[in-house]
Design a protein around this ligand. Structure first.
Ligand code: NAX
Ligand code: ADP
Ligand code: K
Length: 512
């Protein structure tokens, strides 16, 4: 599992070491880690470091100093390196070290933006050390101008590798927000701990690959603000049927989805649930939808029963339900049942405060906007997309439910509890019907979860794992071309099968 901490928390964790006079040492550890990553990257791209050309974008603070020290090391290994200074002030020792190693300097001003971008474009590597955790309110002045032009100028033709020092400049270290232009990175080498700004909002995409350099502050970090599950964590959340199991002991999932208007969503959710593995799917809905489901999935058990009369271990309600009154009733009853339930799409309009964390809402940003507006919050889709971390937490607090906010990075927040961020998906999943398959995966996982004693945040963990499986299946399916949700079950089965290699051995603790 990757643990992320706000920039503010990481700065606080550095404090005892800074007070003990170890600031310079911390900086050298950071610079060395940054240099080592860049060295490996240059060797991989070019075969050798000698003769590479590099640009260090250096701001006024310690972030610029880290990058300048890394630049000095690159110079010593034969890389022609230029520092583009984005501020008239700089960390004096770091600049001296860079100059002493033979580095060139270009002072950035608005009329030098073209020259700086030319340098970057001709380089093998651009090190972004404009701003780190001390950045407030986004980039300003010539650095903002450069960042605004960079996407168009740097991504054409031969593109340099852009490595962010600690955090892509222009991204807020606490929230991942981008108040203005920012520098998109291929990789971010981050110091001490992953910052929440690297796993949420625009920052999650801007960061690229994340590499953590241990600088010795781990003992001073508290509880992580955001977690990211890795394959072994997900494998631990996927129960495997045992010799003594039968279909009922594995768990039964009830699905109240689809309507005469939108029958397909029910077929997609059911297919994804069956591919994830559950003892049985009991489908409740109108006759034409039942017929479709049984054509596609003969193993599903279909009826037009009610929620109270149906014995299951978890529910999925909402996908394709439209304005069907019976489906709405089932969604309300599922939420009141006390069983784990996935509330998606049309069922979200039935959500009220006081739900309980076993209720998992799965909105996209548009649906979350409608839900929050209905509960009296003044927000819009743009605000939620700009700062999803803040809004997903707020939604969980307001409803009392676990909230899974879909997107490039999917965020899951338990009310007052942990937040997860999974960025395992592909934009090829942004297609109609994709969300229906996610609800099926999550429903199946909830139905089979071994819940001896559910603890706070366990539903959020299962939801994060489901988002990851969905994302991985989407990526696998996308290898064959555009993702078609009705064909996703095959990829889901392959992803789940591949998870076996990560399963914890006997006696090894899973995360729950
Ligand atoms: N504090 C420590 O012990 C360590 C810090 N490290 C590095 O230090 C960084 C933080 O350093 P700093 O606190 O100096 O902060 P930064 O280097 O992030 O930026 C601070 C400087 O930028 C200016 N600034 C702030 N917001 C700006 C904006 N929006 N536009 C333009 N200029 C702006 C400030 O006036 C100040 O001069 C971390 O990200 C990390 O890279 C590492 O060296 C590891 C150790
Ligand atoms: N740009 C993107 N990159 C990666 N995944 C995405 C992107 N956009 C959407 N997704 C994923 O695709 C799915 C879309 O779900 P949703 O919008 O509910 O679809 P629908 O309602 O049509 O079924 C979600 O799992 C979401 O996380
Ligand atoms: K930076």
């Amino acid at each position: 599992m990757i643990s992320a901490y706000s920039g503010t928390a990481v700065r606080a964790a550095e404090r005892p070491l800074l007070d003990a006079g170890q600031g310079a040492e911390l900086m050298q550890r950071a610079a060395h880690g940054l240099f080592s990553f860049c060295a490996a990257l240059l060797k991989e791209r070019r075969g050798r470091m000698y003769g590479a050309s590099c640009v260090v974008l250096a701001g006024a603070g310690n972030n610029g100093a880290d990058a300048l020290y890394a630049g000095a090391r690159l110079l010593k290994r034969g890389c022609a390196t230029t520092a583009v200074r984005t501020s008239s002030s700089a960390h004096a020792e770091a600049l001296s070290a860079f100059l002493a190693a033979g580095g060139r300097v270009l002072e950035l001003s608005t009329d030098k933006t073209d020259e700086a971008l030319q340098l970057c474009r001709a380089a093998d590597l651009v090190l972004d050390g404009v701003l780190g955790t001390g950045g407030k309110g986004g980039l300003r002045g010539p650095a903002a101008h450069l960042a605004a032009l960079a996407p168009a100028r740097l991504r054409r033709g031969h593109a340099p590798a852009v490595v962010a020092c600690d955090l892509p400049s222009g991204i807020d270290a606490d929230t991942g927000q981008a108040p203005g232009p920012y520098l998109q990175a291929d990789a971010t080498v981050t110091f001490g701990a992953v910052k929440t700004g690297l796993v949420a909002g625009p920052g999650a995409e801007a960061a690229g690959h994340i590499e953590v350099v241990d600088i010795g502050i781990t003992p001073y970090l508290g509880t992580p603000a955001v977690n990211r599950l890795l394959a072994p964590d997900i494998a631990a959340l996927l129960p495997r049927p045992a010799a003594g199991d039968q279909k009922y002991s594995r768990g039964v999932l009830g699905i109240a989805a689809g309507s005469d208007t939108y029958p397909g969503a029910a077929v997609l959710a059911t297919g994804a649930a069956l591919a994830t593995g559950t003892g049985m799917v009991r489908y409740l809905g109108p006759e034409p939808v039942r017929r479709l489901i049984n054509q596609a999935h003969p193993e599903a058990v279909c009826s037009d029963s009610t929620v109270p009369l149906t014995h299951v271990q978890a529910w999925v309600a909402g996908p394709g339900a439209g304005t069907d009154e019976a489906q709405r009733r089932r969604a309300v009853d599922a939420m009141a049942s006390g069983l784990p339930c996935v509330i998606d799409a049309d069922a979200l309009s039935a959500v009220e405060p006081g739900m309980g964390e076993q209720v998992i809402l799965t909105p996209h940003a548009g649906e979350l906007t409608a839900l929050l507006n209905r509960l009296g919050e003044d927000t819009d889709r743009e605000s939620i997309e700009a700062d999803p971390l803040t809004w997903v937490r707020k939604a969980a607090a307001l409803t009392g439910a676990t909230v899974l906010l879909k997107g490039w990075a999917t965020l899951v927040a338990a009310p007052g509890g942990p937040v997860f961020s999974q960025a395992d998906a592909t934009p090829w999943l942004a297609t109609a019907g994709s969300g229906d398959t996610l609800s099926g995966i999550l429903g199946a996982m909830l139905s089979t979860a071994r819940k001896s004693s559910p603890h706070p945040g366990c539903y959020a963990a299962v939801a994060a794992a489901a988002a990851s499986i969905h994302g991985r299946a989407g990526k696998l399916a996308a290898e064959q071309g555009p993702v078609q949700p009705s064909l996703l079950p095959e990829a889901i089965r392959r992803v789940i099968s591949a998870m076996e290699q990560w399963r914890p051995g006997p006696g090894e603790a899973g995360i729950l």
